[in-house]
Design a protein around this ligand. Structure first.
Ligand SMILES: [Zn+2]
Length: 344
């Protein structure tokens, strides 16, 4: 079937690609409608690897997907043909220790779309376990449903932060993950979010999404703004979503005493960690890796109108233009947040 294939570093092509997909009794087949382009897709395209995951053979890209069920396995009872769904791209081993402990995202054997050697879903159809396929509310479009994947990252971070109603949060980084983390923090009970970035168009967009205070860290010091807005106390939570080494090294400055820090962004290299700066505030430090048990909650928040991701979907490409879409995603203008590809 026609697929967007990463042939090797810096070369993608739209071409016929044969995939052998067994269809089991607990699987569903899905006609893909929309796929978002993720920073990880772009990184594999430009660098050919992320950490230990190296692209050694042609691989179909894409993991942020929504579509329609066309076939249902014989043991599947909660889904039917014609259901509109989105899919969790990571499939753990159902019997692994991590899965039994409820932390299936940490299963070393997890198979995640478009993470070598597993193919992604920029193709007309996919077979997927029904247990990782979720019906989308009627008032939610395929484009919004394809945003559930990145949103799940932000929601997992918000859960790890153990937000209390009224908390003030700082989000460092105004990319797609920073934006969805800010939305998740507000939905989770934060009274206000300070969003830090250096690109003014991103900050302008963030300011329209809710009680979000944009902080341009090219001109303002994040810690100063945080203290100013909290009577000198500091923010209850800092979400580091930039992956930028310098920004990540500064997480303790805007934080209040006994505050929480969640590392969401993935720096390309090991970064500095100021132990004393953390100690004098007894900072609690959390990390996240993808998410677990979050999709139904994300869909519920979108369906009830508490989270609106539509303003984040800034660019849409036809499947036929997907090579062009990847070139665009490699040099995204500051006004863009999320680019998506529509297949049907
Ligand atoms: Zn993604």
């Amino acid at each position: 079937m026609q697929s967007l294939v990463l042939e090797e570093t810096k070369r993608v092509s739209l071409r016929d690609y044969a995939i052998d997909e067994p269809f089991g009794p607990r699987d569903v087949r899905i006609r893909i409608n929309t796929v978002g382009i993720c920073g990880s897709d772009v990184h594999y395209y430009t660098h050919g690897a992320i950490g230990p995951f190296v692209v050694r053979e042609p691989m179909i890209l894409g993991h942020e997907a929504a579509g329609t069920i066309t076939e249902v396995g014989r043991d599947v009872s909660h889904l039917k043909r014609g259901d509109r769904v989105c899919m969790e791209p990571g499939i753990p081993d159902a019997n692994s220790k991590a899965t039994r402990l409820g932390v299936y995202n940490l299963d070393p054997a997890v198979r995640f779309w478009a993470t070598p050697p597993v193919h992604g879903v920029l193709r007309p159809s996919v077979v997927h376990p029904a247990d990782f396929t979720f019906k989308i509310p009627e008032n939610i479009s395929f484009a919004e449903a394809a945003m559930v994947e990145p949103l799940a990252v932000g929601m997992h971070a918000a859960s790890k932060a153990q937000i209390k109603p009224g908390d003030v949060a700082v989000v460092i980084g105004g990319g797609p993950i920073g934006m969805v983390t800010a939305l998740s923090a507000l939905a989770g009970g934060c009274s206000r979010v300070l969003l830090a970035d250096v690109q003014q168009p991103k900050l302008d967009l963030a300011a329209t999404l809710g009680p979000i205070v944009p902080v341009n860290v090219a001109r303002q010091k994040l810690g100063d703004v945080a203290r100013e807005l909290t009577d000198g106390w500091g923010a209850d939570i800092v979400f580091e979503c930039s992956g930028n080494a310098r920004a990540a090294a500064g997480v303790f400055d805007p934080l209040c005493p006994a505050g929480r820090v969640v590392f969401v962004g993935m720096p390309g290299e090991p970064i500095q960690f100021d132990v004393v700066a953390a100690q004098i505030k007894e900072a609690r430090i959390e990390t996240i890796f993808r998410y677990a048990h979050v999709y139904p909650r994300a869909l519920a928040l979108m369906g009830s109108g508490k989270i609106d991701v539509k303003p984040l979907i800034t660019d849409t490409f036809a499947f036929a233009d997907s090579v062009k879409a990847f070139d665009f995603a490699c040099k995204m203008p500051a006004t863009s947040v999320k680019a998506q590809i529509v297949l049907e």
